[in-house]
Design a protein around this ligand. Structure first.
Ligand SMILES: [Zn+2]
Ligand SMILES: [Zn+2]
Length: 278
């Protein structure tokens, strides 16, 4: 049975993800039921479970509608269960979620919110479809046969989520967690923020040419699908300032660009603050 990842554009700039093995599907985050149910019907898939990364409304907003229509399970962070509507299966950090014959590792990536988790799937995916708000569903061969990281709002291409309930030390732990994952993995993040992230990244990365080079390629890359997401963690490691800041050369560059001490947590905090005000 082949394993298929389909990105679904929802709300303004959100992405939900359907992952199907045969005709059984799981959904990662549920901003809006209509487009998700249309995609399920179009593919002939049956929704078995929702995997929620964190409690924000644009990630859990259609849990109850989808449960009412399909009877699916709802997974979410056990330590934040009270904020996940319709939760039936609490997911514990360090444990695995077993559903539709797949095993997802549950990673603690709290910083954007105090309950944020990531679902990591080590099984390589056979088909990957990007589908943006201004484009059509497009299969992207170079992204296939790779493991997956469903990162929600904890990591974006070229950036990271705002620190609503965490601090720079939490953000450092999150980025260290991702740096320990396989660079082959796909970063399946929940918003198309890549353009604005790389405009900011380029503004502080004069000493890191790969960042500007990637920004220059973005329009062309998004042309068919309308989406720049997902992409590989390896590509993020060489172009995302929040991951690059762990390396001595880029960190020294960011510290001098931002006028702060060249210490990882200090630099990450300064980068996040500069992006908030960009
Ligand atoms: Zn969020
Ligand atoms: Zn969000």
């Amino acid at each position: 049975m082949s394993l298929v990842l389909l990105q679904v554009p929802v709300w303004r700039d959100n992405y939900a993800y359907l992952l199907a093995q045969g005709t059984d599907a799981v959904l990662v985050d549920s901003p809006e039921a209509g487009p998700i149910e249309a995609a399920l019907a179009d593919r002939g898939w049956t929704l078995r479970a929702i995997l929620n990364t964190h409690h924000h409304g644009d990630h859990v907003g259609s849990n109850e509608d989808l449960v009412a229509h399909t009877g699916c399970r709802v997974y979410g962070p056990a330590h934040d269960r009270d904020r996940i509507p319709g939760l039936t299966h609490p997911a514990t950090v360090g444990a695995t979620v077993e559903v539709i014959g797949l095993s997802f590792r549950v990673l603690d990536v709290h910083a954007h919110t105090r309950g944020h988790i990531c679902y990591a799937l080590d099984t390589p995916v056979d088909e990957v479809w990007r589908w943006g708000h201004d484009g059509t569903a497009t299969r992207v061969a170079r992204l296939e046969q790779r493991p997956l990281l469903f990162v929600g709002d904890s990591l974006f291409l070229g950036g990271c989520g705002r620190l609503f309930e965490g601090d720079a030390a939490d953000l450092t732990a999150v980025m260290a967690t991702y740096r320990a994952e396989s660079p082959e993995a796909l970063v399946c993040c929940a918003h198309e923020y890549t353009g604005s992230n790389f405009r900011f990244a380029e503004s502080v990365s004069a000493g890191v040419p790969a960042v500007g080079e990637r920004r220059a390629q973005l329009d062309e890359e998004r042309a068919a699908s309308g989406s720049s997401v997902p992409d590989t963690l390896g590509r993020e490691l060489s172009t995302n300032p929040f991951l690059l800041a762990f390396e001595d050369g880029p960190r020294a560059h960011y510290a001098s660009a931002l006028g702060c001490a060249p210490e990882v947590t200090t630099v990450l905090g300064a980068l996040r603050e500069a992006k908030d005000n960009f």
